[in-house]
Design a protein around this ligand. Structure first.
Ligand code: SF4
Length: 393
């Protein structure tokens, strides 16, 4: 199943990724077919490499992506970026410009939010069974998860300002040293992309802290290595198996319904771990809180010898999260071990999950199983319909 999903993903490389080619200051970075010119990523644009500028944009994008309505969020970021650059406020080339011209930055966020709302509110309301007037991309974190807020300064400074401050601080900290890509060098200073994903949030000086969640950190690494091919390091620690899947709601739904999770632990285990929260989903269904799966151990005794050997290699040499041979397997790292040394990486697997989640495995009781490419091997479809009916993300 893991191979099949990765194969599906590999055929659709750019899935659900930001359309960087539509950002005006980046238009020369792409060819006429909208393909990123990878061999020109080291070309200098202003004071920085193209690789650095794109990494800065994705760094901000991934933080904003945690809000509601991803197409709206991406449109907002695109529109604000284009508007600011037209006014010579070059926030990715000179992050300080965002703060120096704070009145204009805030005005543009408010103005473009209005136009995105006009375009997206009805579609969003239909998909979420909500009132279009409630459409709001400004958000904050609460103990219950993401909540909407109305204060543009809170949103603008916390969600836009913090990720813009990271390259700014790195640049200031250079002192007399020279660099044309301080953010890139910082990200790739870690032994593995998995450790980088943790430090993006937790680093004492440069960490984004509460501005970013675990999933978004992994999504940034996936974009950086797999989707946009920005990484320079070619070591095992930066391989296509060197980071965990950025588990989101699509991933959770597909992997539960197909039976993948149930082959590693039973429903009771997932309930005890709060991965499945009984009766807390829409209409009294069971809610799948996929983020709670990180760190949970597979409850199986006889693991295939090859997978077990691969897992050791993954943990010690690719993820580099442990120093000693592992005695148990963490569920979220199993796809890495299965795919190791194959043509497919974690990015392909995640692309496949998103493709199936968005196009077939809808978050309601009637997904498009008849057309789904996994229908021959899906446990929910073939054996246990309650996995479809009774679980939501
Ligand atoms: S067959 Fe149905 S339940 Fe299974 S993954 Fe596909 S859409 Fe989801």
């Amino acid at each position: 199943m893991v191979f099949k999903i990765a194969k599906i993903g590999s055929k659709r490389k750019i899935i659900d990724a930001p359309a960087l080619q539509d950002i005006e200051p980046f238009k020369y970075f792409f060819d006429k077919n909208g393909k990123l010119k990878i061999d020109e990523l080291d070309a200098i644009d202003g004071a920085w490499t193209r690789r650095e500028i794109l990494a800065r944009y994705l760094f901000l994008n991934v933080v904003l992506d945690q809000g509601p309505d991803i197409p709206g969020v991406r449109d907002l970021l695109k529109k604000v970026t284009n508007a600011l650059y037209r006014k010579e406020i070059r926030i990715f080339h000179k992050p300080l410009d965002f703060f120096r011209e704070l009145n204009i930055s805030i005005d543009e966020i408010l103005d473009k939010h209005k136009s995105v709302k006009k375009l997206r509110a009805k579609t969003w309301a239909k998909l979420n069974n909500a009132n279009p007037s409630k459409y709001n991309l400004f958000f904050a974190q609460s103990p219950r998860g993401i909540i909407s807020i109305n204060q543009v300064l809170d949103y603008g400074l916390h969600r836009w300002g913090v990720p813009l401050c990271v390259p700014l601080l790195l640049e200031k900290d250079l002192g007399k040293k020279e660099s044309v890509q301080p953010l890139v060098e910082y990200i790739e200073s870690f032994l593995s992309s998995e450790t980088a994903s943790k430090e993006i949030k937790n680093h004492k000086r440069y960490g984004l802290g509460s501005a970013i969640g675990n999933k978004a950190c992994h999504l940034f690494i996936k974009w950086y290595i797999h989707t946009f091919n920005l990484s320079i390091k070619k070591t095992e620690g930066w391989s296509k198996w060197s980071y965990e899947v950025p588990f989101d709601s699509n991933t959770g739904r597909v992997l539960l319904r197909t039976g993948f999770f149930l082959s590693l632990a039973d429903l009771k285990d997932y309930e005890n771990w709060n991965v499945i929260q009984k009766g807390k989903g829409k209409g009294g269904t069971n809610y799948i809180r996929i983020t709670n799966i990180r760190g949970k151990k597979a409850q199986i005794e006889n693991i295939d010898k090859k997978i077990s050997k691969n897992y050791k290699d993954i943990v010690l040499n690719h993820l580099k999260t442990r120093k000693r041979k592992p005695t148990t397997i963490e569920i979220q790292q199993l796809p890495n071990a299965i795919l190791l040394n194959s043509d497919f990486g974690i990015g392909d697997f995640d692309d496949g999950l998103i493709y199936i989640g968005i196009n077939f495995c809808f978050n309601h009781k009637n997904p498009k199983c008849n057309k789904c490419p996994l229908n021959k091997i899906c446990k929910g479809f073939n054996k246990n319909k309650s996995l479809i009916k009774d679980y939501r993300t």
